[in-house]
Structures are given as structure tokens and as C-alpha cells.
Write a protein that binds this ligand. Sequence first.
Ligand code: TRP
Ligand code: ZN
Length: 881
Amino acid sequence: MRTETEHTIYLKDYAPSPYRISHVDLDFAIGAETTRVRALLTVEPREGTEPGTPLVLDGDGDELALGSIAIDGAPLMLSAYLADGNSLVINEPPLRRFILETEVTLRPENNTRLMGLYRSGGTWCTQCEPEGFRRITYYLDRPDNLAVFTVRMTAPRELAPVLLSNGNLVEQGDAGDGKHFAVWEDPFPKPAYLFALVAGDLGSITGSFTTMSGREVALAIYCTHGKEEQCLWAMDSLKRSMAWDEKRFGREYDLDIFNIVAVSDFNFGAMENKGLNIFNDKLVFAQPETATDADYEGIERVIAHEYFHNWTGNRITCRDWFQLCLKEGLTVYRDQEFTSDERSRAVKRISDVVTLRGAQFPEDGGPLAHPPRPDQYREINNFYTATVYEKGAEIVRMLATLLGEAGFRKGMDLYFERHDGEATTIEAFLQVFAEANGVDLEQFKIWYLQAGTPRLTVRDSYDAQSQTYQLKLSQETKPTPGQPDKKPLVLPIKFDLLGPNGSPVSWSGVSGAEVRDNMIVLHSAEAEIVFTGVANKPVPSLLREFSAPVHLDTELGMEDRLFLARHDSDPFNRWQSLQDVGMNLALEALGGHRWSDEAARALGDAFAETLASPGLDDAFQALALTLPAESQIARSLGQDVDPASIHEVRESLIEAVFGPLAGRLLAAYEGLASGEAYSADARSNGRRALRNRLLALLVASKAPGAAELAEQQYANAGNMTDRLAALAASAGAWTEAAPRLLEDFRQRFGGNPLVLDKWLAVTASVPRDEVIERIRHILAEPDFPKTNPNRLRSLVGTFAMSNPTQFARLDGAGFRFVVDFVRDIDPINPQVAARILTGFRVWPMLEKNRRETAKIVLSELQSAGTLSRNTGDILSRMLAE
Ligand code: TRP
Ligand code: ZN
């Protein structure tokens, strides 16, 4: 295999650059075909830089056509510099402050990678994180160079009446010739990855926010004309985010303007550019007819996330890209807390754990496993992962759990005070918490350095004679690529001991490990904890709130689990206990021991009781009335996975458990019917979630009349949440109406790209043999937008990630289809190609035939020719022994 460049970067090699750039003066002349960028960089040698040390700037030769180059106004001789494919080297720069002036020409229209300056639906926009700025001009494109930016842009007024960049607008006017100009200044020094520019013909909505010190901030969201009212929810979310960060973390916004721009072509969700966030429009636009409750919640969450980056990411940034989770893990933790405070904490925690197990655990347990802070990479774009984001957030959450809310806040306050305006590291982050609380976090730090999900095994015993209760704990982390030996981690294990009616059991003494209040803090590989003065044999409720991201292995029997499902006061463990019972039945059936009628009935009764409990809110009930996903069952099996039999077992378990409840499910469904107009608040959201969950269960358990009920709900739905739920339930079970409803949906909504994505995703998830042909056919339609990441991810990404039976088909057709697609799309957009290829990360876990086929197909891709560094890196890690 050949990849663009084979080159590994190591954390241990980090060194500051010999020169620094303090001021950047950019001038963009935007034209219909080409854009000329003139850059004036104020450069100075760092202290200790030897005379004759070359200045090496990053620059992507595929994008930049170098016109002229000068130092302090004097053009450089050809021998004074060298521009190759990746850099511009100035051989002997002056050993004093000087101005380097370069001029390059870009062709944004041809930039299909969507990194650097590109066009989306006619709008010029940028994406610079992590290394896109080098596709705009020659620069020290690394996060530890902080500079003050001034940006001037000129563009045809008709094509781009709106001209935006970071910071404050300081000047604008006519530039003659049908052109106009604007000058923006950002007073806050920033790394280049936070630079942004937008020029286009856009509509907008405006708002304002008064900060806690009484400053007024002008807010605006820019979008395609006609979509303005669809931005109102995003604006509302923004104001709530700003208020929350003041209240919870004392963080005030710092500029007078905060702008958001929605674009249709974007590689990820959104980007926190200083004062000018750029969003994938699917995370901005919402109206009840076209957006689901999940979309509303996603918008609220990502608006908050990007806004929170202003302090955790922008004011305090990363020294190097190895530290990515310094900003991402922390900011995800902050957005999770925001959602928990705005909505239901328990429901948010459960959904986050579902995401963690669905996305991060598979990563951590497969060939792409890496530490939250990696120590080497070939392609940094491949490290925007669930491990960096989600596990990164879990680590911050554990820190908060260990230190308590007040201790955590003390550490955060010190972090903001000490590191404001800096580019820093995980070590510095941990240091402020250690100092502010007088604790040692050396062992805790291993969470950042070690890959893999620890397995926590707990065995208990009770001795009535001596009234002692014992918990034996042990932790183990399996080897991961490049890390054969694992150390024990600090595990905060929240727990309680429950007596007969679910009330807590008291104990008079405890020894054997650090136990404070209702938390065990396990530091060692093994521990034996003895509780004395325990009057009756308790049932342990362990790892409450999922207080550490581990696999928990207990020997609790079905009865104890069903007891916890009824009585545990921790909602997370109530939910978990039902999951565990369902998982056990599925695993036993896969091992050849099909559940007894009794066992299925007992689980059904517990579900029915959950549904009937008045104390549980609708959203919780919706989450609880679910069997573990096929991918979860696969992960629990761990090896020799046959997705087809998992699918079959799960389908028949649904019938066995929920079939007998049909009457009750239907009654509850009907009781939740509402003629209310759509509202996005948590209560009505929960009501819809439960009702649609009930519908899905009725359809999946083939209850009489359920397919027709789904068809009716589809036809009569007053909002997209209800309509899509009915469509997905019908398509998943492939009811008689399914093809008809799919057809209707496309007719109705095919003209709206964001709703088309939903149709593409449902279509790609159908667990039936003809799905691959359908997808091929859709891709081949002449007007299918082959360069839009949202479309491609909805169709092919969904297939590779969420259609396990068809992706991992025995005949290899699913694997071949995805690999062919990756090969085709790689030259157009390598980030999208590499991301979709990660669907293969489950391959080593599959049964022998599928495993061998996957290996052959991947090896063929490897020998097929030139791949991008993105795709080549994923592929070689996936195939490494
Ligand atoms: N920093 C962004 C976030 O977490 C992530 C992001 C947006 C990104 N666009 C990207 C990462 C492009 C890599 C490439 O909010
Ligand atoms: Zn982020």
C-alpha cells in the first residue's frame, strides 16, 4: 500500500518552534473562480534560537499556489526559500522581529475535502481544525502558536453580501467594481485552527444576551435564505448555554459579538472558531414537521458544546494535538452537565452510557484502541474519536465524583485563573485539581495514558453468624495494540447495600479499601472489603450512576437483578438491571439454552411494572422498556460473533417477553395519545419517546394490529418525531406496509436534504438481503450528491455501523460494498472515507468465516493503490496483528 506520507508523530518529540508568529494580517480577495490570500506575518525568533535556523511553515502544496514572497517588503531570491508539498522553508531568516509577506492563490470550488477554504452551496467558508489553516496560507499551523488576527476580505457584493470573520467588525465599505470589503479584528490571541471566514448570500436571525457583568452581546445565526425561522431553537439554546456557563462555572462571554453560521457541507458536527462558530446545518435547523426530538436535543447540546469551548478550548487551548481531550473531554463533560441540568439527569446519564457502550467500548476493545491522550499518531484527523470525546468526558466526570462538586469547582476556578491565554497540557489540568484539593492524582492520570476498558469483577458473600458482608473486587484491563501491560486504575465505585424492601442496609464498620460515604475508591488490582454489623444479607447496588467507565461483572442472579429493577433508588441501576436480565437471556440462548417461559414472563412482568410505576417519568420508562441492542449483545459475547443469530435471538426474545404484554402496551400507547401542538420541552418529549417505544415494541413483537397501527400513526403524525418513529418501526420489522411508507416518505420529503438523510438511514438499516442493491442504486442516481458528507454518512455510514446482519453478511457482499465505496470516495473526501471504514473495527470479533472474508477484503483494499493518509492509517491499524 502507498499512502500520501508515511510519517509518525510522537508526543515525546514535542518542542516549541524556534520562531513565533505574534500578528497575522490577512487579506482575502474572493473571486468567483479563485481567491487570492495575502498574509503579513509578524515573526520573531524565540529566545535561544541559533542564527541560521530555518523557519519552517506548514503549507499544503495541493491547495496553495505561491505567488510572491517577501521579508520586510523585499522580495526573496529563489535560493532563499523552498516550497515543497508540505512546507515553506525560509533558509536564513533575520534573527529579529520581521514581517513575512506571502501571496497564494486558492481554488475553493475544487476543495472537496472540506478542510481549508471551500464552498458550500455557494457560500465560502472555512474549516481549520486541526490542520486546515495550512490549506489557506503558509503558517505555523500548530495550536501552541497564539497570534492576534486582522482579516480583510473583498468579494463581489452580489455573490457575498455577508462577510464574516472572528472578533469584531471594524470597517466595511465599497470596493468598486461591484465589490465590497469588510475588516474584522479579533483581540484574543488564538491558534490558527480557530480562524474562520464566511462570505456568502445568507439570511439571519439576531438576538442579544446580557452577561453577568451587564455587557450586551449581539447574537446572530446566519443561514440559507428562507430557513431563518428554523434557527430559533438554536438561538434559544445559545442563550440558555450562555446563562448556564455563568451560573455553573462563573464563565462570562468575552466579545461583543457571537455569530453562528449554518452550512450544508461539513465534515463534523460543528466548530468553535472564536466568535464565529460554523455548524453543520443539521445541527441548527429545527421545526416540528422536519426535525425529531433527537434533532432538537442534538442542536441544544452541540450549540452548548461549541459555546462552552470559548473557555475550554479557546481561552485555554491545547499545546499540541496529543492533548485534544484536554478541550474535548472537558467540553463534552460540560455539555453533558448542561443537558442534565436543563432536562433529566437520570435520562441523560443513561443515554450517555448507551452512547459510550455503543461507540467507545467497541473502539477500546478493537484494533483502533488508543489512550484518551495518545502518544503517537500518523493522522490527527483519525483521533477525533469516541475515546477522546466520550471517554475523555468520563474521566473528567470521575474527577468530579472523587473530588465532590465543590472540590471540582475549586480546581476548575484555578484552571481558568492560571492558564487563561495559554496552550497547555493534561498534566497542567490535573495539577490544578491536585493543588486546589491537596490530593495526589498521579495514579488517576493513568486513565489518560492507558487504552482499553477495565473489567471490574465483584463477588460477594454474607456470614450471618458474624453479621459480616464481604465484597471481593478485582480489576483487569486487557492488552491493546502497543500496550501489552496494564496498570490498575483508580475506580470510584458508588454503591449501596439494599435490604428486603429496597431500603438501605446500614453497617457499623468497614475495612479493606478506601470507602467514603457510599463510594468505594479502588486503587489496587484486588481488594477484599468487609462490612461489619450487617444484620441481613443485602443485595448490592454497584457502580451507581455508572460512576466509572468499566465492564462490571457480578454474579447476581436473575432474582436479585429483578429486585434491583424494582427497588433500587438509583435510576441508572434500575435501568441497568433490566438490561442485564435481558442480556443474560439472550446470551444463554446464543449458547444453546433458550429461555424458559417462566424467565421470559418474569422479565415481562418487570417491564410491565416499570411501565405501570407512577413515580418513573416517561423518558425513563422509554429507555427502560428496551432489550440490549444487537451490537451490545455482540460485545458481551466478545468473540465468534454471528450477527445473524444474534438478530434472530433478539427478535424472538422480543416476541417472548413483550408479546404477552400486547394488551398493556397498547393501552399505555393509547393513553399517551395527545392532540397537543408540538413542544420541544422535556416533558412532551418524554411522552413521545415512550409512546413511540411502545409502538416499536408492539410492531417488533408482531402484536395483532400493530403494523396497521404504525401505518396509521405514520399517516396521521403531526410532527417528524412520530412520523419517523412509525416509519422506522415498520421498516425494521419489514411490515407489509413498509415499502409503501418508505416510498411515501421519499415523495413527501425527498426535496429536503436533511429529511432525505433520515430516509437514507432508515433504508440503509433494513436487515434484508436486497438492501445492498438498494443502496447501490441510490448512490448511482444521477443527482445523488456524492460530495456531501451528511448524505454519504446517512446512507453508507449507517449501513456499515448500524446494519450488522447485512454489513457482515456471510457471502462478504456487505464488506465488499463498503470497501468499494471507501476506495471511490477517498480521493474526494478522505475524512469521510476513513470514518466509514472504521465500521470494520468489529471484524476480529466475528466468527471464523466472516472474519476471514473481512480480512481478505481489507487486504485487497490495502494492495489496491494509493490511499489517503486518513484511510491508509485506519486500514493499517485495523490489519495490524
Ligand atoms: N472541535 C470540533 C468540536 O468538537 C470538532 C470538529 C469540527 C472537527 N470540525 C472538525 C474535528 C473537523 C476535525 C475536523 O466541536
Ligand atoms: Zn468539541
